[in-house]
Design a protein around this ligand. Structure first.
Ligand code: 6PG
Length: 248
């Protein structure tokens, strides 16, 4: 484990161990925050890596979270119906939400039934402020994945989205299908009390090395823009993805 002032890097053997570590942390953070504030406001990630954690949270560890005090959001979404196989909401519903007693009124997906991506992200930004607070909502935990190109949420290299001062943005022609997406920006992510990346696989090791090795000070890929202003940054990576992290 490698910890600097607000960044912790945890290397585990494989996806199964990463899911277990992520689940332990989710449970622990939820307990602490609910004890302190009475509710736990978390943004889930899309992609496949978090699914194993979701399944543990909704089975073995189900009784360790006060789900009626949990408020669920997403860091990003695909601009598809909530019933579409590509929907990150649907993936979370099937692997977690349908199996735990979270009140429907505490689940806030991107309203992709609206007529345009712009309308959807504008509505979601309003929901973030109305439910969590503003001018910039402060999540207790934001979960993120990362692609081999250094994208995170739906912030992709070469897109101006990562520099937006808005809370949310629509993304067109994203290199990871489906192409039309919705995302929170680093303005929101970096205001969180905790940001936790879940990253596995050898294909991501060059980018993990680039993002985490202190020598790289130039910010070019979106994952390099994720630097919480006051909160904690946690990287959970498996050994394959961690292969190029320099041991400082
Ligand atoms: C998505 C996510 C995306 C994902 C990464 C990693 O919509 O797919 O927002 O940022 O987290 O691409 O995906 P995997 O976990 O499947 O590798």
């Amino acid at each position: 484990m490698n910890t600097t002032q607000n960044r912790e890097i945890v290397v585990v053997s494989d996806l199964a161990q990463l899911a277990l570590e992520a689940t332990h942390r989710f449970v622990q953070i939820a307990k602490e925050v609910i004890a302190e504030k009475g509710k736990f406001v978390v943004a889930l990630s899309g992609g496949t890596t978090p699914i194993a954690m979701n399944k543990l949270l909704s089975s073995t560890f189900k009784d360790q979270v006060e789900w009626d005090k949990v408020y669920i959001f997403w860091g990003d979404e695909r601009f598809v119906p909530a019933t579409d196989p590509d929907s990150s909401y649907l993936a979370a519903h099937e692997s977690l939400l349908k199996n735990v007693p979270i009140p429907e009124s505490q689940i806030f997906r991107f309203p992709t039934e609206l007529s345009s991506p712009e309308e959807t992200v504008s509505a979601y930004a309003k929901t973030l402020v109305d439910v969590i607070g503003g001018p910039v909502p402060e999540f207790d935990l934001i979960l993120l994945g990362m692609g081999p190109d250094g994208h995170t949420a739906s912030l992709f290299p070469g897109f101006e989205t990562v520099k937006s001062q808005n809370l949310t943005e629509a993304v067109y022609d994203a290199p990871k299908p489906p192409p039309t997406r919705l995302t929170v920006t680093p303005v929101v992510i970096n205001n969180a009390d905790r940001v936790m990346f879940l990253v596995t696989g050898a294909d991501k090791s060059p980018m993990v090395g680039r993002v985490l090795n202190a020598s790289n000070t130039v910010r070019e890929v979106p994952a390099e823009y994720i630097k919480p202003t006051h909160g904690k940054l946690i990287w959970l990576v498996d050994e394959k993805a961690a292969a190029e992290i320099k041991r400082s």
